[in-house]
Structures are given as C-alpha cells and as structure tokens.
Design a protein around this ligand. Structure first.
Ligand SMILES: C[S@@+](CC[C@H](N)C(=O)[O-])C[C@H]1O[C@@H](n2cnc3c(N)ncnc32)[C@H](O)[C@@H]1O
Length: 367
C-alpha cells in the first residue's frame, strides 16, 4: 500500500491501482454537544440535524478495482427455521411472539400487518411483553406477567451460551436471522484448514465473533458501544471461550478500518452489519447511504491474499438487495467467486408458517 498526497497536501492511502471516482461526503464530528454513551443497541431514528444538516467535509476518494465482475446469484433467501434455541411462534397485528430457549417474548413488529394465527390466550401467556413505556428505562419498559425475570437470562446459540437481556429498545441482544451467516462463517473457518482471520464490524453482543472463534478463527470484533463490548465479553466468559484469540475493540468502524489499512492488516472473512444511523465513541456520525461505499472500499483493501468471504447485512433502510449487490459488485471486481444477494428471513413455527423478512444482505464468496 502506498501513501499519496492529495491536492490539500494531506497524506492518504492508495490501496488500488485503479481509477478514482468522484469524492464522497464525509461525516465529521458534530459540533453539537456530545451524545450520551452509545447504548448497546441499534441507533434510534436520526433527528433532522443528524440526517445531513450538519457540516461535512469530503472523504478520501474511493478507489475502485478493475477486473471481471464475480458471478451474481440473486435473489437468495436465507431462512432461519424454528429450533430449540429460537422460534418465531406467531406474528400479526404489529407484533411478534418468539421463544428464546425457555422464555416467550412478545414485542412490536412493524411488518406484521397480517392477522395472528395463535389465540389471544396464547399471546397473553408470554413471559415478557415489551410495553415501550417511555417513562422507564431498561427492564422498566417490559412487563413480566408470569413473574419477574430480571434483566438477563441465559440463552444459547448452537450450544454456545450467551446472555439475553431486556433492553429499553425492545431488543434482547441477538438478531436470530443472522444465524444463517454465522453458520456459513463457522463452516468456512472449519473447512479452510488454515489459520483464518475474521473481522466483525458493528459486532454488537459478539455472537458472530464467538462462534467464529469457537470454530478456530482469530477474531477482531469492533463496536462503538462500550456497553455492547462489555456484554460481548460477558458472553465470552459464559461460553468458556476466554482462551480464544478475540480482540474486543470499542471504536468507530470507519476509523478502525482506516487504521487497519495504514497498518497493512488483512482479513480472510469480514462481516459487517451496519445500522442505518449510528455514532462512534467520539461522536463520529455513521449514515449508511453516505458512508457505506467508502467503508466497503476499505473492506476490499483489508481482504487477504486468499480471502474467503465479505458479508454485508443491512436492515431498517428503504433499499433493495439489488442496491447492495451493485455496491458489492463495485468493490469485488477481480476477486473471482460469486456475489449472493437477497434477504434474511425467519420462518414461523407451526402449520402454514409465514415468512418474516428481517434484513437485506449481499455477500461475496471466494471460489
Ligand atoms: C444491529 S447491531 C449489529 C448486530 C450484530 N450483527 C449481531 O447480529 O449481533 C449494530 C451495532 O452497530 C454499533 N454501531 C453503531 N454505530 C457504530 C459506529 N459508528 N462504529 C461502530 N459500531 C457502531 C451499535 O453499537 C450496534 O452494536
């Protein structure tokens, strides 16, 4: 990798030999007061100011690679089936009823515009119900009709124990639909038959990192939230994986990627599951539509000589997997392999199950 100077005499990294595209917008630290410590949650909807009315300077130019476009496979629908760790029991009337291990949880689900199949009494039997009471925080926003459950409870994913937690934002510390990617990563690590380095950006409570480490990978996990990192470390302890090589890093994803580029670090598998809007620990603003192209260009630069996969998921955005696929195409030229794009969905349990779409994804897979 070379260092070059731009027209303002600033040093930048040149990591490709190919052409330069138009500059893209760069997010900067906001002049507004610092936000509270980022919660271990996907960020809430941004305010008007956060949606772009603040000053921005330009990011370094994005460098694209030439070469053949990888084969495209789409639509690919990756489905999470009901199992003993997790099942979507029912959905409808703007809610979903789920089972996490032994606990049943009832919470809002905007997409469920259809009617529920289970009876009102089955819904009412839920162990935890999200009320969303804005006067309360954390577990205060939940109701426990069958007796208090405390803030956390032990859960498992494919035999890996972790802590579920009732949070203010109706999330419980796991996005079950991601299991399709986790299994793919675990199998790829085991199949590789060589040391595999995994980078997990926007890693949240660490399930992908822990499952990859358990499969034998050396993992770097990055998240902007101190709380999420603490929770992920707790999960590591609970899973008895303290001896596994995992680096837990509390940093802005873009900043970290830029540093890794400067250090010439390389990864065989990269996972990124960015929110629509978020903030780094120093108030750095993340906006998916503005920042993702640049971040993906950095990801291309961080892929190893013999890369295995680059996995991108996006949720809560008005977009299509075709857009993610086109962006991946931009950054995966010359790598060979295939780009698979589509949706992550969850199949309900029971008869005549419906399919709940949760997120879009596009992943490049080496041949
Ligand atoms: C939905 S979560 C990712 C979920 C994860 N893939 C999983 O399945 O467990 C999004 C995460 O992005 C983090 N985040 C938000 N803005 C960030 C930023 N600028 N840099 C790094 N992480 C950020 C949040 O703290 C949150 O943990």
């Amino acid at each position: 990798m070379k260092k070059i100077r731009d027209k303002n005499n600033r040093t930048k990294l040149a990591y490709g030999k190919e052409h330069t595209a138009r500059p893209v917008q760069k997010r900067v630290q906001s002049a507004r007061p610092r936000p509270p410590e980022p919660a271990a949650e996907p960020a809430a909807r941004p305010s008007a100011a956060e949606r772009g009315e603040e000053a921005r300077s330009t990011r370094p130019d994005i460098r694209y690679h030439s070469g053949a476009r990888p084969d495209l496979q789409m639509p690919e629908i990756l489905t999470v089936e009901p199992g003993s760790d997790y099942a979507l029991l029912d959905s409808g009337d703007g809610e979903k009823l789920e089972r996490y291990g032994p606990i049943t949880i009832r919470r809002p689900e905007n997409q469920a515009i259809w009617r529920p199949r289970l009876s009102a009494s089955e819904w009412d039997a839920a162990d935890a119900v999200f009320t969303g009471d804005t006067d309360e925080e954390g577990t205060g926003r939940w109701r426990f009709p069958n007796g208090d459950l405390g803030e956390t409870w032990p859960m498992a994913q494919d035999g890996l124990p972790y802590l579920g937690r009732f949070t203010s934002y109706r999330h419980v510390g796991v996005f079950p639909e991601q299991a399709a990617h986790w299994r793919f990563v675990e199998e790829a690590v085991k199949r590789a038959g060589r040391p595999v380095r995994v980078l997990n950006l926007f890693g949240y409570t660490g399930l992908a990192s822990l499952l990859a480490a358990r499969a034998g990978a050396e993992v770097t996990h990055v998240d902007a939230s101190k709380k999420a990192i603490q929770w992920a470390r707790q999960n590591q302890e609970l899973a008895g994986l303290e001896d596994k090589p995992i680096r837990w890093i509390c940093e802005d994803a873009v900043r970290y990627a830029e540093r890794e580029m400067r250090r010439d670090s390389r990864y065989d598998i990269i996972l990124l599951d960015p929110p629509k809007f978020g903030r780094g620990p120093k108030g750095e603003v993340w906006q998916i539509f503005e920042d993702l192209p640049y971040l993906l260009s950095l990801m291309r630069g961080l892929l190893s000589e013999n890369p295995i996969s680059l996995i991108l998921t996006a949720y809560s955005i008005r977009s299509s997997f075709y857009s993610l696929a086109a962006l991946m195409e931009d950054h995966c030229r010359g790598l060979g392999g295939v780009i698979q794009s589509g949706e992550l969905i969850i199949r309900e349990a029971g008869d005549d199950p419906r399919l709940l779409s949760t997120s879009l994804f596009s992943r490049w897979v080496g041949s």
